[in-house]
Design a protein around this ligand. Structure first.
Ligand code: PDD
Length: 278
C-alpha cells in the first residue's frame, strides 16, 4: 500500500495536495532525497540524512526537523507503506508564498512530502546492459545539490531516448561528470575509476557505498577526471544510483564496451552490493 506524508498528515498519495502558490511549483525551489527500502529498512539512511542537510544548507532553507525527528517520520512512513522493496521520496520546498516573489519569504513554513512506493525486484539475468550516448553537460554549476528542478536532466534523458539510447553520459569541458540520474564508473586493466566529487555532479550515496565495498575487497580505485576517449576505451562501464544500484553499460555511442555484456568486475561489485543490502 503506497502512502504519503504531507506536512504532518498521513494519506494515500493520490490525496496529497499542495497549493499552487507553493514555491516548489512556482520556482522549483526545493530539494529532495530518494532512498531504497530493503527488508523493511531504509538503506544507508544516515548518509541520506547527511546529504539532505547539506542540500538544505546549500539552498539556505532551515531544516524543519531534527535528525531524530526525520528518522522517526521516515521509519513511520516505511511501516505505514508496508512495501519491501520500496522507494521513499522525500521532498522539501520553501513553502507557500503569495504573491510570488524572488525574495525569500521570511518565516514561511517548508512543505514536506514523503511518499513510499513499491519498487520492482529484478532477477540478475534481467539486468540488460545500457546503451548510452555522450552529451554536453549544459546543466547549472551546482549539480552537487539535490534540487527538485530537473529540467535539464529530463531534457538530456529524453534526447537520449529519442536517439535510441537508454541514457546520456554527460561531459563538461571534455570531462565526464555523471549520467542524467546516476554516477558513472569505468574499469580499465583492473582499476576502477570514477570522476571526483565536485560542484558539477551529485555526490551519490550509491557511489560512496560502492567505493567502500571495492576498498574492502582490495579492488584498486581512483577518483580522477575521465575524458571521452578514455571512457570509450574502457573495459567496463557502470552507472550507480539508488534505483539502479550498480548497472552495467554495454555500449557508448556506436562503440561496444568490453564484449557488450556485464563485465567480471561488475559481477564482483554486484555480488558485494547485493550482500550489503542484507
Ligand atoms: N537519482 N546523479 C544524479 C543526477 C542523480 O539524480 C542521482 C540519483 C545520482 C545517484 O545518487 P544516489 O546514489 O544517491 O541515488 C547521481 C535518484 C535515484 C533519482 O532522482 O531518482
Amino acid at each position: 500500500m503506497a502512502v504519503a506524508y504531507l506536512n504532518g498528515e498521513w494519506m494515500a498519495p493520490e490525496d496529497a495536495k499542495v497549493s499552487v502558490f507553493d514555491r516548489g511549483f512556482m520556482f522549483g525551489d526545493g530539494i529532495y532525497e530518494v532512498m531504497a527500502v530493503y527488508d523493511g529498512k531504509v538503506f544507508t539512511l544516515e548518509d541520506h540524512l547527511v546529504r539532505l542537510k547539506r542540500s538544505l544548507e546549500a539552498i539556505r532553507l532551515e531544516s524543519p526537523h531534527t535528525d531524530d525527528e526525520w528518522r522517526a517520520i521516515i521509519n513511520e512512513a516505511v511501516q505505514k507503506g508496508d512495501e519491501t522493496p520500496a522507494y521513499l521520496y522525500l521532498q522539501i520546498t520553501r513553502g507557500v508564498e503569495s504573491p510570488r516573489s524572488h525574495v525569500y519569504p521570511g518565516g514561511s513554513k517548508p512543505t514536506v512530502l514523503i511518499t513510499v512506493m513499491h519498487a520492482p525486484v529484478l532477477e540478475r539475468n534481467e539486468i540488460t546492459p545500457y546503451k548510452m550516448v555522450t552529451k554536453n553537460d549544459f546543466r547549472w554549476g551546482r549539480g552537487d545539490i539535490k534540487v527538485i528542478s530537473l529540467i535539464a536532466n529530463g531534457l538530456l534523458k529524453n534526447e537520449a531516448l529519442d536517439e535510441g539510447f537508454d541514457d546520456a553520459l554527460l561531459f563538461r569541458e571534455g570531462e565526464l561528470t555523471e549520467a542524467t540520474a546516476s554516477n558513472v564508473f569505468m574499469v580499465k586493466d583492473g582499476v576502477v575509476v570514477t570522476p571526483p566529487k565536485s560542484n558539477f555532479l551529485l555526490h551519490g550515496i550509491t557511489r560512496d557505498h560502492v567505493l567502500k565495498l571495492l576498498a574492502g575487497a582490495d579492488v584498486p580505485c581512483e577518483e580522477r577526471a575521465i575524458s571521452e576517449d578514455e571512457l570509450l576505451a574502457a573495459d567496463e562501464i557502470w552507472i550507480t544510483s539508488t534505483g539502479h544500484e550498480v548497472w552495467p553499460v554495454g555500449q557508448v555511442n556506436d562503440c561496444v564496451i568490453g564484449n557488450g555484456s556485464a563485465g567480471v568486475v561488475w559481477q564482483v561489485v554486484d555480488t558485494l552490493f547485493q550482500a550489503s543490502k542484507k
